[in-house]
Ligand binder design. Structure first.
Ligand SMILES: [Mn+2]
Length: 424
């Protein structure tokens, strides 16, 4: 009865073993068809992925980190940790991507991560200035491969980390100018800008940075519990205001702003009035629950892409239920479950994006890095979806007004005015 076993497998000699093997086959026949499971398909798909970059990285690690001690059996292990392994070691960039110390080099990469450590726009508890470092730290946990979608970011795209924008802690407007300049530089280079905040006030300067490099129109998909669309808060353009100012930009129509997950007791009425006047699109948590994830994605894409050329994604980590993301500035119960949030972000990215921001991760309030980990996951899921759907780089053809910033030169003079210390 074992004659039909594939060659190479040894035949059971003992009768008990033969009975056991037969019983196993019988049981298997009562399973549903395994080939219908995503798990089975994913297992097959892995075989199609290349491994050349991983091989290259290992060779590079040995060159940079010296060959390992004689007692180490795995000859790919260097003396000094370089690259992905081990996950607990190293000087962390996001996902251990190469550090673009010279930011003019970002043009060589499909996507660029830039940190925006700014929490001067926070109206409750601060701490998101540590967001970029928090996210980078825990991102080291990840491999670049995702089993379910069968994507290996290392093999299928290039990513760098340009480090952080030099923000000015006590000055929102100067920080905005710095952020816009940085984002416009990365966007103009053709590399997809991925911003890690920072509080949500950075949404405006980030969108402005992209919008000024193109004559085309931009829609926005915004995940949040909060509407963030009032004009001012506490007399300044705080983290409650980014979409008011973004949708004032001539090529960022308010009717293409889709806000998903809004609700609860932290939506100022002032913001609701603006959303109503400008006819933005709000999908509440309840709407999403009733329609389901797929329908929500379909509807959001339809509204965001209506008559525009590109879509920007803004993901506030507090859109996820605060039980999962304690490390944030304005926690609000009743948000997305992590699975919902990840599916929605991937679904929106499947049509392509011209940039994204992940904001409001505040490591000082985090527990076991869980909030930063969730933020990391949103970013890598978006990248994975862009790769899986062939949308990485789709924004490039719309860059028709690129900015060009040269290397700087310090001429020994720090202040441009004669009274640098004047106050008030
Ligand atoms: Mn929020």
């Amino acid at each position: 009865m074992f004659h039909d076993l594939p060659g190479g497998r040894s035949r059971p000699h003992h009768p008990q073993a033969a009975i056991a093997a037969h019983a196993l086959r019988e049981r298997r026949q009562h399973h549903p068809d395994l080939t219908k499971l995503a798990g089975w398909k994913a297992m097959r798909k892995e075989a199609e992925l290349p491994e050349g970059r991983w091989d290259e990285e290992r060779r590079w690690a040995l060159r940079m980190g010296l060959t390992g001690a004689d007692s180490i059996e795995d000859k790919s292990i260097p003396t000094f940790a370089r690259g992905e392994l081990p996950h607990y070691a190293g000087i962390n960039t996001f996902l251990k991507a190469p550090y673009a110390e010279d930011v003019l080099e970002v043009s060589h990469y499909d996507a660029t991560v830039l940190g925006i450590p700014f929490d001067g726009g926070t109206t409750y508890r601060a701490g998101t200035r540590f967001g970029p470092q928090g996210v980078r730290k825990i991102s080291a946990l990840y491999t670049p491969y995702n089993y379910e979608i069968g994507v290996d970011l290392r093999e299928q795209m290039t990513l760098c980390d340009a480090g952080d924008v030099f923000t000015i802690p006590a000055n929102i407007e100067k920080s905005f100018d710095q952020i816009t300049r940085a984002v416009s530089h990365v966007f103009s280079s053709g590399s997809l800008p991925i911003m890690i905040g920072g509080d949500h006030s950075i949404g405006f300067p980030c969108v402005r940075g992209i919008a000024e490099c193109t004559s085309k129109k931009i829609g926005i998909v915004h995940f949040d519990r909060h509407a963030d669309i009032q004009e001012k808060d506490l007399d300044e353009r705080m983290h409650t205001t980014p979409w008011f100012h973004s949708t004032n930009l001539p090529n960022v129509p308010a009717k293409n702003l889709v806000q998903i997950g809004i609700g609860g007791w932290q939506v100022p009425r002032e913001a609701v009035k603006v959303a109503r006047e400008r006819e933005t699109n709000i999908i509440t948590m309840g709407d999403m629950e009733k329609m389901g994830i797929d329908k929500t994605i379909e509807m959001a894409l339809e509204m965001a892409w209506d008559g525009v050329d590109m879509v920007y994604m803004s993901f506030d980590i507090d859109s996820i239920d605060c039980g999962f993301v304690p490390g944030t500035g304005w926690p609000e119960p009743g948000g997305f479950l992590p699975r919902e949030a990840l599916a929605l972000a991937s679904g929106i990215a499947a049509e392509g994006i011209c940039g994204m921001e992940l904001v409001e991760v505040a490591p000082p309030y985090d527990v076991s890095d869980i909030t930063a980990l969730m933020g990391t996951r949103v970013i890598v899921d978006v990248l994975g979806s862009l790769v899986a759907n062939g949308k990485l780089g789709a924004h490039r053809k719309h860059i028709d007004k690129p900015v060009s910033l040269p290397h700087g030169e310090f001429e020994g003079k720090r202040w441009s005015n004669s009274e640098p210390h004047k106050v008030g």
